[in-house]
Design a binder for this molecule. Structure first.
Ligand SMILES: [Zn+2]
Length: 312
């Protein structure tokens, strides 16, 4: 077929172009990010000077990542390990970090970068946390990347880390960070205005992972399907929830793309709440591989779901 022939003919040309346009040297800094959100911030601030590897891709659940040997290989070569922290990765990161034997990224070293510093953390538990309460995050709710204002602080953390390991890139990192932050600062008020009409509305969520988003937009999570984080809910809890959702006319039932939704569809049907399944991280859907597009999508979807609900 001539299509195939054309492809073959083009290949050598493409290869030559790639050689000509490739940067003269490899990236200055190798960053391994545990989540796609952290990776996206480093990519924006580091630009072409960094090579970013993401461990938990946006469509994977970062609570329960299956550690692969390739992760250890990535960590072994890394100049920076940037992670979410607040124990989100506690089930898998310590093991691979130990396996990598790379002192540059060990705790206390310049390349060891928890991204939660500088941020106001929600839901830090008071008193002792026991396993019976489910998978409660004892250092507070770790899903802070779902508030775009936090990305501004995270960009500063990323810049500081990059400058520590690659001081020569300082002015480039500062410029990239400023451009990213300006873009966020322009968009955030637009997003806020879009959802302002729905402030104070109740929402029921599946997992306790949307607090930062809802807190930012002044929406009210009244309850969770998963009443103990990480543990499937009891039928009794779901029944009770169903009753409350009907009573309060909850317009939206919010879940994320990595959660199985059969049960949620039933609950939505019984209560009239619209089931809204949103990506919970940058890159969960292919075209949302960048934070600004990602938040624009969340805001559009929420606004559409509310508008839909109020026109019924
Ligand atoms: Zn969680």
């Amino acid at each position: 077929m001539h299509v195939e022939y054309a492809t073959k003919r083009l290949l050598p040309l493409v290869a030559i172009c790639a050689v000509v346009s490739a940067p003269l040297q490899a990236a200055e800094v190798r960053v391994v990010a545990t989540t796609s959100d952290v990776a996206a911030v480093f990519q924006r601030v580091g630009g072409e000077r960094v090579e970013v590897t993401t461990l938990a891709k946006g469509y994977m659940d970062p609570h329960y990542l299956q550690a692969k040997p390739s992760y250890i290989v990535s960590l072994r070569r890394a100049d920076i390990l940037a992670y979410n922290g607040l124990q989100l990765e506690i089930g898998w990161l310590p093991l691979i970090l130990q396996g990598a034997r790379n002192n540059k990224i060990n705790l206390g070293q310049p390349g060891h970068v928890p991204m939660s510093v500088r941020l106001d953390i929600l839901e830090i538990p008071i008193g002792e946390v026991s396993r019976a309460q489910g998978d409660v995050h004892p250092e507070g709710n770790p899903h802070y990347t779902l508030d775009p204002r936090n990305l501004i602080e995270m960009a500063s953390t990323a810049e500081a880390a990059l400058v520590r390991v690659d001081p020569e890139g300082g002015s480039i990192y500062a410029g990239n960070r400023a451009a990213f932050v300006t873009q966020l600062q322009e968009q955030i008020p637009i997003w806020e205005r879009k959802l302002a009409p729905y402030r104070g509305r109740p929402i029921v969520c599946y997992h306790k992972q949307w607090e930062y988003l809802l807190n930012w937009l002044e929406l009210v999570p009244i309850d969770y399907v998963e009443n103990r984080p990480g543990i499937p809910p009891s039928p009794r809890h779901v029944e009770e929830l169903e009753r409350r959702m009907r009573e309060q006319g909850v317009p939206i039932l919010l879940s994320s793309t990595f959660i199985d939704s059969d049960q949620l569809e039933r609950l939505s049907e019984k209560t009239g709440a619209k089931l809204l399944v949103l990506p919970a991280a940058v890159g969960a859907e292919e075209e949302l591989d960048e934070p600004v597009a990602f938040f624009a999508h969340l805001v559009e979807e929420l606004a559409a779901a509310f508008a839909d609900g109020s026109s019924d």
